[in-house]
Design a protein around this ligand. Structure first.
Ligand SMILES: [Ca+2]
Ligand SMILES: [Ca+2]
Length: 260
């Protein structure tokens, strides 16, 4: 075993001890914002409850970065792009994946869908009933997330938003930030904004469309990641992820030994 690997082992042990003593657990939503603009509009919002919620959310953040999905071709599957391609600069290493249900989540350009629209010109993400987008932020933790969504609640479907953290034993914990449902009697093409802040950083997100009637699609746009003032930049769960990569390295070492 090389000195570098021994060093990694010692570091991993120290990080594991730190993680276990702090006992990091499920996230707590510290604040949330929600606004729904009736009637929707196939244009960038300039007024209304959704925009007000968006602006209030941004006002609570110390830093933020938005994935507006511009610059991607119409039809691009979200799973083939990354944070940088989506427009995130601070979170350029983020990756997207989806479960393929309801049709793979994909980029649409312009007003190309029935009741789903962009909120920033002119691309958005189209996702169907039962669809689920997972966002892996790697080591780039954040403690704020918000997004615009159109047509949510038409035909009864809702949009659940969950965030990923780790417990002291590095088991993943998914915490529900919110389950977006319309507040309108006529939700067709309405524009919603929802934003959330959490007490600790998260390292992944999951957006899941329910499949109540299995027959509709949502438009999603402007995924905002950020941090509230004073938010920890290097939390224990991040150290846990370092430990995980250390363990992965050890697993690789074992595999090579067996191969010899
Ligand atoms: Ca956009
Ligand atoms: Ca619809």
């Amino acid at each position: 075993m090389t000195c570098a690997r021994i060093g990694a082992l010692a570091l991993s042990a120290a990080l594991a001890a730190a993680a276990m003593t702090t006992g990091a657990s499920a996230l707590t939503v510290t604040q949330s914002w929600f606004g729904e603009t009736e009637g929707g509009s196939p244009v960038i919002p300039t007024s209304g409850p959704a925009l007000s919620a968006h602006d209030a959310f941004l006002g609570a953040l110390e830093s933020s970065d938005v994935a507006d999905f511009e610059g991607l071709d119409d039809g691009t599957q979200l799973s083939t792009t990354n944070g940088a391609g989506a427009g995130w600069t601070t979170y350029g290493g983020a990756t997207f994946s989806d479960n393929g249900l309801g049709g793979p989540a994909r980029i649409r350009t312009g007003i190309t869908a029935n009741e789903q629209y962009y909120s920033s010109p002119e691309n958005f993400v189209l996702i169907g009933s039962g669809g689920q987008i997972t966002i892996d932020l790697g080591l780039s933790g954040a403690n704020a997330f918000g997004l615009y969504a159109t047509d949510v609640g038409d035909f009864g479907d809702s949009l659940m938003i969950e965030a990923l953290s780790y417990d002291g034993s590095l088991n993943p914990i998914w915490t529900e930030l919110g389950n977006l449902a319309t507040t309108s009697a006529d939700p067709k093409s309405n524009l919603l904004f929802a934003g959330f802040t959490t007490d600790e950083n998260f390292f992944g997100l999951r957006l899941t469309v329910s499949n109540v009637r299995g027959n509709d699609q949502f438009g999603l746009d402007d995924f905002i990641l950020g941090s509230t003032p004073g938010a920890a930049t290097v939390p224990i769960p991040g150290a846990g992820l370092l430990l995980l990569s250390g363990l992965a390295g050890l697993a690789g070492l074992g595999a090579r030994r067996r191969a010899v």
